[in-house]
Design a binder for this molecule. Structure first.
Ligand code: NAP
Ligand code: GCO
Length: 263
């Protein structure tokens, strides 16, 4: 075992696939992993977004490889993983980051809308994990990080599908740990609090009551930034977390610990 604690956090020589990482949380995590030494591969649903991502990585001095692939499409995912293995190598680290949200009151939500959220946020991580695990087993190790949410633990109005998906993702995490831990695969969840990205932009508009609500509900007294997730993500991807498995690491400025201020 490497007891040099700083070296334990290094991702030197590792290949990391971060899904949906052209911008937002995925981009920040991939950027951090690259700085820790990993080779970055990412995907997004169309060439325009992939090109946008490639430019953003290049501007940071990162030589990333981007693929067009929808995480809900098993054929596309299997083809992408095969291509990455041939062009870059076996994936050591998978971050299931791609995700969507639909904020619609449950009784107004169609079953098709509900299914679409479950498809991207829960079936996607299942499909991509399933595609990378066999090679991780052959290689003798692997790290899977599922991007969970406050909604893995809590509910709120309008996010029934998202909460169902992220709650499911928490349990998929524990099950991958249970099923493949014996193969030296660690599967953990990273649960961001409320983070300033395009996904939460509608909630942060000037004067939106949700903005001040979140600030008052967060002991840290602010929204998170994607960069707040980098250290915890690198930890979960590195040898420093080799005996951490099936855990959900919440990075939320303290929201889940706090009952909130009396009105
Ligand atoms: P974002 O800014 O909307 O980015 C999500 C990324 O996923 C986008 O690049 C998106 O591409 C991509 N994507 C969506 N559907 C996809 C698919 N089927 N296949 C491949 N890529 C797809 O969101 P974010 O805030 O960075 O969130 C990233 C992850 O963190 C999500 O899983 C989200 O649920 C989770 N999260 C976010 C927060 C937060 O406060 N922001 C908190 C907790 C958890 P398009 O642009 O084409 O949609
Ligand atoms: C919402 C938000 C959340 C966050 C995040 C919290 O509408 O409540 O979008 O669900 O994005 O996942 O951790």
């Amino acid at each position: 075992m490497n007891l040099d604690y700083l070296k334990q956090f290094s991702l030197e020589g590792k290949i990391a696939l971060v899904t949906g990482a052209s911008y937002g949380i995925g981009f920040a995590i991939a950027k951090g992993m690259a700085k820790a030494g990993a080779t970055i591969v990412f995907n997004d649903i169309n060439q325009e977004l992939v090109n946008k991502g490639l430019e953003a990585y290049k501007a940071e001095g990162i030589d990333a490889k981007g693929y067009v692939c929808d995480v809900t499409n098993e054929e596309q995912v299997n083809a992408m993983v095969k291509q990455i293995e041939a062009e870059v190598g076996i994936i050591d680290i998978l971050v299931n980051n791609a995700g969507i949200i639909k904020r619609i009151p449950m009784t107004e939500m169609t079953a098709a809308e509900f299914r679409q959220v479950i498809d991207v946020d829960l079936n996607g991580p299942f499909i991509v994990s399933k595609a990378v695990i066999p090679s991780m087993i052959k290689k003798g190790h692997g790290k899977i990080i599922n991007i969970c949410s406050m909604m893995s633990e809590l509910g709120r109005e309008t996010v029934s599908a998202y909460a169902a998906a992220k709650g499911g993702l928490k349990m998929l995490t524990k099950n991958i740990c249970s099923e493949y831990g014996a193969y030296n695969i660690q599967c953990n969840g990273l649960g961001p609090g409320y983070i300033a990205t395009p996904q939460t932009a509608p909630l942060r508009e000037d004067g939106h009551p949700f903005n001040s609500f979140i600030i008052s509900k967060t002991p840290a007294g602010r929204w998170g930034e994607p960069e707040d997730l980098v250290g915890p993500a690198v930890f979960l991807a590195s040898d420093a977390s080799n005996f951490v498995n099936g855990h959900i690491l919440y990075v939320d400025g303290g929201i889940l610990a706090y009952i909130g201020k009396q009105p």
